[in-house]
Design a protein around this ligand. Structure first.
Ligand code: NAD
Length: 246
């Protein structure tokens, strides 16, 4: 297992899907791992349109805590490897993350698709004002911040029950890819969990993480271990196409 590597040919298009596990070694807890519960709430109860309607103060308390944790975290070797891979193969890499912590960019990745939004952005829950950079924390007893239009400012996050962002770009990249690598994602959150089934049979599919994901059967290869340990040795970028039988 230790010697296995993913060889990227000059013609390959690589789709990488990252999940919470990529940031686990940066000290950001995953949702489903040990300690994944937050103050006895299930994540759906603080990260859904229903939660926002019921108790926006609690939702902001949760995202304020997450802004603090992510703000203090540093990228780990897994993030840096993916930034270097982009340097090496340019736009033949499509990096799609479910993470909202911004650590891919802080490691140097330039083109990152944030399908579940960005922790350090906010937007209005009423008008079409674009999401804007926002590092502030809003915790009770502070008021919920308001937009000029009177709407409430909410985190720019795709909550449970909402439509993820950039789906058109994502499906175009899935159609094009010849290699699909999922890293640190449990394979239960849709639609990301189904991406591998979409490319299976056309692209090499690989998973990296310490446990088998729920959709393990859709992967050709499974590299078991922590992303920060495995990724630095996983990818080999070939300068020439290998000839069959050559
Ligand atoms: P998840 O919490 O459901 O699963 C995390 C996965 O990471 C598990 O399969 C676990 O085995 C794996 N993992 C744990 N440590 C790892 C390591 N060192 N290296 C590689 N893998 C490791 O997360 P999910 O599948 O991404 O889905 C949960 C949703 O919540 C997603 O939207 C997710 O991005 C979001 N979330 C984001 C963050 C973040 O931005 N950092 C943190 C928690 C949850």
């Amino acid at each position: 297992m230790a010697n296995r590597m993913l060889r990227i040919d000059p013609t390959d298009h690589v789709f990488i899907l990252t999940g919470a596990g990529v940031s686990a070694e940066s000290g950001i807890p995953t949702f489903r791992g040990a300690g994944g519960l937050w103050r006895n709430y299930r994540i759906e109860e603080v990260a859904s349109p229903y939660a926002w309607e019921r108790d926006p103060g609690l939702v902001w308390e949760f995202y304020s805590m997450r802004r603090r944790v992510a703000g203090d975290a540093k990228p780990n070797p897994a993030h840096f490897v993916l930034a270097k891979l982009e340097e090496a193969i340019g736009d033949r890499l499509f990096l799609c993350t479910q993470n909202v912590d911004g650590l891919h960019e802080r490691a140097g990745s330039r083109r990152v698709i944030h399908m579940h939004g960005e922790l350090f952005k906010s937007r209005c829950d009423r008008c079409s004002r674009s999401p804007f950079a926002d590092e502030k924390t809003y915790e009770p007893p502070a008021e919920i911040p308001l937009c000029e239009c009177g709407g409430r400012i909410r985190p720019h996050i795709c909550w449970f029950g909402e439509m993820p962002f950039e789906m058109e770009k994502i499906f175009t990249a899935l159609e094009k890819c010849s290699m699909f690598v999922a890293i640190g994602t449990s394979g239960v959150v849709e639609p990301a969990a189904s991406f591998v089934a979409h490319v299976r049979g056309r692209a090499l599919t690989a998973y990296v993480g310490p446990e088998e994901p729920a959709n393990r059967s859709a992967f050709d290869e499974c590299y078991m271990g922590a992303a920060g340990e495995l990724l630095p040795k996983l990818f080999v970028v070939e300068q020439r196409t290998r000839r069959a039988g050559g």
